[in-house]
Design a protein around this ligand. Structure first.
Ligand SMILES: [Zn+2]
Ligand SMILES: [Zn+2]
Length: 182
């Protein structure tokens, strides 16, 4: 099966080993892509992976029940990674938020700018975010992100479905998932 993250690789050779806990993502982009693929997968293991991949400072605001509810309500149809800024040193304002810094752990961060398209409640949503990932020792985690404000687009029954299935929206169930052939 193609990976949901549209890397062009197989799921079991791309994001699945991270989601199943067999490997740790080596880069912020790998963590971002595997979090997206986990939302697409939507299984309990996958949504727990999303919850666990938040930095501890953000975990309380992102309970697994909310992640699971969103993963089940949304049909994710596309991911585009626009830009990655790799392994920058931490600005002081950010250092002060992080307990690891006080403990003297080596830290760096990366940002990943991406766009995700999903269908939810008869609307096409575009989520564009610049995400902030922190690396502590050898493990990456997701801290938070800055969102663009994009309007949603109402889908009419006779529109061609934005999942690129080639069907009309009213006839398209289930939707083609991100990265999968038509
Ligand atoms: Zn992938
Ligand atoms: Zn569709």
């Amino acid at each position: 099966m193609n990976c949901y993250c549209q890397s062009g690789r197989n799921f079991n050779d791309c994001c699945q080993p991270f989601i199943q806990g067999q490997q740790l993502p080596g880069t912020a982009e790998q963590l971002m892509r595997s979090r997206f693929s986990a939302y697409c997968d939507g299984s309990d293991v996958a949504t727990q992976y999303v919850a666990n991949s938040y930095h501890p400072l953000s975990q309380a605001d992102n309970p697994v029940a909310e992640i699971t509810a969103f993963a089940k309500a949304a049909h994710f149809i596309g991911l585009q990674v626009i830009d990655v800024s790799d392994e920058l040193s931490l600005p002081e304002s950010l250092q002060q938020r992080l307990p690891e810094f006080a403990a003297g752990s080596p830290l760096s961060f990366s940002t990943v700018h991406f766009k995700v398209q999903f269908i939810m409640q008869d609307k096409l949503h575009l989520l564009e975010e610049n995400s902030l990932f922190i690396r502590t020792d050898l493990q990456w985690s997701y801290l938070d992100g800055t969102l663009w404000d994009h309007p949603t687009q109402k889908l009419s029954r006779n529109d061609s479905c934005p999942c690129h299935s080639g069907k009309k929206y009213k006839n398209c169930r289930p939707h083609r998932a991100a990265g999968q052939p038509v």
